[in-house]
Write a protein that binds this ligand. Structure first.
Ligand code: NAD
Length: 416
């Protein structure tokens, strides 16, 4: 995805890394090792479309750093996927798994495609084709993919099936699977739920009473719609949401259950009748207590950052705020809870799924949610305290904590 500040997303992520590396006084060798991915693969996936024509798709898997355990990261199907984007998202996964202290490294994958233009049959071929091209570099103790934008439990089921064809039945090869195929209770909504656990904890620090708060969410997919549901349950008034087709706004608050039903029936929320229609750009600039970008990277950038009126920004998407916007928001004293903690609920429950698969054991939903809450809340608290003690932004504090853990593991292995 092109970031509108004209800074490519990977460059953006590297600049964030450098800021934290300066604070830690990291050596040049350590910086080089930690900035660049361990392995990148780029594959062609030719599939026969329903109309009989062949089409070749480009797919990627980037394994950024595996010092702390097997690589872990989602797979994205999107027309903007390229190696630069996958590299950046893989690095973010390294810092994310470290900051919430789960025993994984960081990876990411993607296929450049427009899934909306593919039939279910073509999607299945693409998912299986992609896995068949990367199967030698992934594995339950090597690299464990998961869903991301435009991929879901069904896609994971296809990928697990393809991997198992060659390597024997292997539930733990991917996470985010359907419950009927070894998925974990609570995984589907874990990112949105985790995000709201973080907001609940953070609201104490920023003087926000959730029951009197207003909230705006960009993106109404897996992460955004679940965040909306849980924010509503916390008593927050969700006054605006959007999807790729447009935004809707209602000052009185939107009924999220009704909206979820509307999306199911119409495939979009942008035409929902009981609200005013806006553009995605306009939505981000409305007054609210909590703004949750939950769609794409780079949506809060140099130009619109001065016009953001939210009291708190929570990055449910990966990299929605550019480094230039971050600086403006910092000057304007608008706190940003960074992606590597705000959306870590998904990878935390993916970790629980992996553990359950390896043990051939199932935990119930209450246990999953209890464990998720404990882990993500403590991780947020550690970041907040570290930021306060060291006069850092929450983002730099989170990067510093994550990088420190990766450096320690890397040194212990004798790699630096
Ligand atoms: P999704 O495909 O389920 O939903 C994406 C949503 O964003 C949809 O509502 C879509 O219409 C909307 N959207 C797409 N393009 C848009 C645009 N140009 N403007 C406004 N809205 C647009 O994806 P998701 O899984 O919810 O992921 C959303 C973000 O959260 C991504 O950045 C992803 O990397 C991140 N994330 C997801 C997970 C997870 O568990 N799914 C975990 C961590 C981070």
């Amino acid at each position: 995805m092109a970031i509108q500040d004209k800074v490519k997303i990977n460059e953006n992520t590297q600049l964030l890394f450098e800021k934290a590396a300066d604070f830690l006084n990291l050596s040049e060798e350590a910086r080089f090792l930690l900035k660049n991915p361990y392995r990148e693969i780029s594959v062609q996936i030719p599939i026969k479309l329903d109309n009989g024509q062949f089409k070749v798709f480009n797919g990627y898997r980037v394994q950024h750093n595996g010092s702390r355990g097997p690589y872990k990261g989602g797979i994205r199907f999107h027309p903007s996927v390229d190696i630069d984007e996958v590299r950046a998202l893989a690095a973010l996964m390294t810092w994310k798994t470290a900051v919430v202290n789960i025993p994984f490294g960081g990876a990411k994958g993607g296929v450049n495609c427009d899934p909306k233009k593919l039939s279910i049959n073509e999607l299945e071929k693409l998912s299986k084709g992609y896995m068949s091209k990367i199967d030698l570099v992934v594995g339950p103790y090597r690299d464990i993919p998961a869903p991301d934008m435009n991929t879901n439990a069904q896609v994971m089921a296809w990928m697990m099936t393809e991997y198992s064809k060659k390597h024997g039945h292997t539930l733990a090869i991917v996470t985010g699977k359907p419950i009927a195929l070894g998925g974990s209770y609570g995984r589907e909504e874990a990112t949105g739920r985790g995000c709201v656990y973080v907001i609940k904890e953070a609201s104490k620090d920023f003087g926000i009473d959730l029951t009197k708060s207003t909230c705006i969410i960009q993106g109404f997919g897996n992460v955004g719609s679940n965040a909306a549901k849980f924010m509503e349950e916390e008593g927050s008034k969700v006054i605006g949401v959007s999807d790729v087709q447009g935004a809707i706004y209602n000052k009185q608050g939107l009924d999220i259950k009704e909206l979820l039903k509307y999306r199911e029936e119409h495939g979009t929320i942008s035409t929902y009748p009981k609200a005013e229609k806006l553009t995605n750009e306009e939505l981000l600039e409305l007054e609210c207590d909590i703004l949750i970008p939950a769609a794409l990277e780079g949506v809060i950038y140099y130009d619109n950052a001065p016009r953001i009126k939210a009291k708190l920004i929570v990055e449910a998407a990966n990299a929605p705020v550019t480094i230039r916007a971050d600086k403006i928001l910092e000057e304007r004293k608008i706190p940003v809870i960074p992606d590597i903690i705000a959306n870590a609920g998904g990878v935390i429950v993916s970790y629980f799924e992996w553990v359950q698969n390896l043990q051939q054991f199932t935990w119930d939903l209450d246990e999953i949610n209890f464990k998720l809450k404990k882990k993500i809340t403590k991780s947020y608290r550690d970041i907040y305290n570290y930021a306060k003690e060291n006069n850092l932004s929450l983002r730099t504090a989170a990067f510093v904590i994550g990088i420190q853990r990766v450096v320690e593991a890397t040194k212990l292995r004798g790699w630096i």
